[in-house]
Design a protein around this ligand. Structure first.
Ligand SMILES: [Zn+2]
Ligand SMILES: [Zn+2]
Length: 449
């Protein structure tokens, strides 16, 4: 039996209301005990003094680009980026080449994740064949071979009848539809939020109503069918209002918000910064404020990164020609910790909750906990010390990150999946022995600066 003891850390587990110094024992890849002090023999010991031990983060919205986009990301590099961000389970969107709309597509992602990935990967399959918005995929079959949700992310389902039937089928299967809410006739050829800043920069704008009109339509369809609608990357205050109203009326709608929409506004585009170009676009301060309040009052359930890798060649372009999207897994926790916990707007417990049990609840899974018996997926966090985030800290194959050069007050020291270490921060002292070697009891420092 392999045994690993994480000693002297501060356990932070919102699922059990725990935030105090405790030891954590892992046996055969599962958490077996969580107590004030654990004395065990024949066990490998990691000294987590000065570190927090949290359940592994869950990201229900990422793009891993494989197959077809290996120039910007692969399942191998994408899962390494996730581990570097403290994530142990991620969902990956189907807008690859080919689109993940078949059993072969789902099986391909799962087999590549098993052979080349270092964390848990759940494939999201397409709602419609080829994401063309015309013909539904075979939800039952795709789910049976491992699809965890359905989405045409990047290409909204414009046809309301298709959306209605998709919600009806997924209701029978008890699985959510992740919907990228955008009316493409309204967004047309826009590249950023439509307003004063877009006018000043001479960039064609995207009207904010392009999102909320689809959020409202989809909430109405969820109400009519009883299906579970999950709204991806909410970005405007009107969308927040529509979701709040629907929830008040008992509609099964959940929602996510990205770290960039919580921390940045359209002002970031000034200077034609293509790393501030994404869909939905960054909006106004009033929108950002509404998103923060909505996360706080539970209207928005969780944080999801919408990690969207694009090569330097693609992003290093004139603003109008650059693709939409930024990467975000490595920086999600450090950016949010620095912006909201250091400033005392949120507690650490709140932030961890929105990255663990929040997404787990959307998926109706018992994840994001350190309860004995579950898989030992956890992350060690170094909090409170200032450190500059540099390009060399990016494990993603793409570097389209707006936070390179920013000073952050949190670092992911190490990440474990099924009790195995899958990430060690390059600037923190590495463990002195490989995980899993239990020949002799030994002590090692996990990650002291
Ligand atoms: Zn999207
Ligand atoms: Zn996306």
């Amino acid at each position: 039996m392999s045994r690993l003891l994480i000693r002297n850390g501060t356990i932070i587990d919102p699922s059990q209301g725990i935030h105090r110094a405790m030891d954590l024992l892992v046996e055969d890849g599962k958490i077996s005990a969580l107590k004030a002090r654990i004395d065990a023999s024949d066990v490998e010991i990691i000294d987590a003094s000065g570190l927090h031990v949290a359940p592994g983060f869950i990201d229900i919205h990422t793009h891993l680009r494989e197959p077809g986009g290996e120039g910007s990301e692969t399942i191998e590099t994408g899962t390494r980026a996730a581990a570097a961000g403290g994530f142990t389970t991620i969902y990956c969107m189907p807008n690859t080449t080919p689109v993940c709309d078949s059993e072969t597509g789902v099986q391909y992602v799962l087999s590549r994740a098993a052979s080349h990935g270092c964390i848990n990967v759940v494939p999201v399959a397409a709602i419609t064949k080829g994401m063309q918005g015309e013909e539904l995929t075979n939800f039952g079959r795709l789910m049976n071979c491992g699809a965890g949700a359905f989405s045409d992310d990047g290409r909204p389902v414009m046809n309301a009848e298709i959306m209605r039937r998709a919600l009806e089928y997924t209701k029978l299967l008890g699985i959510p539809l992740f919907e990228h809410c955008e009316d493409m006739n309204l967004t047309a050829e826009g590249h950023m939020n439509e307003g004063v800043v877009s006018a000043r920069l001479g960039i064609k704008g995207i009207p904010r109503v392009s999102e909320s009109v689809m959020v409202s339509r989809n909430c109405a369809l969820a109400a009519a069918t009883g299906g579970h609608l999950h709204v991806c990357h909410v970005s405007t205050r009107e969308s927040v209002d529509a979701i709040r109203e629907a929830r008040r009326n008992g509609v099964h709608v959940t929602a996510e918000v990205s770290p960039h929409h919580l921390t940045m506004t359209e002002e970031a585009v000034i200077g034609y910064n293509t790393n501030a170009k994404m869909k939905p676009p960054l909006c106004e301060k009033a929108d950002r404020d509404a998103l923060i309040v909505a996360l706080e009052d539970g209207t928005i359930d969780c944080i999801a990164t919408d990690h969207a890798p694009h090569s330097a060649q693609a992003k290093d372009n004139v603003f109008d020609a650059a693709p939409f999207g930024i990467i975000g897994m490595e920086t999600a926790f450090p950016v949010l910790y620095t912006s909201f916990v250091v400033t005392k707007r949120w507690t650490l417990d709140f932030l961890v909750e929105k990255m663990t049990t929040g997404p787990a609840r959307v998926m109706n899974r018992e994840w994001g906990t350190l309860r004995p018996g579950v898989a030992a997926d956890f992350t060690l966090l170094e909090l409170g010390k200032s450190a500059k985030f540099e390009q060399r800290h990016i494990f993603s194959k793409s570097k389209n990150c707006p936070w390179v050069g920013a000073t952050m007050k949190a670092r992911i020291a190490a990440t474990f999946v099924n009790g195995k270490q899958v990430f060690q921060h390059p600037d923190l002292v590495a463990p002195s022995s490989p995980v899993g070697d239990v020949a002799k009891p030994r002590e090692r420092k996990a990650a002291k600066a």
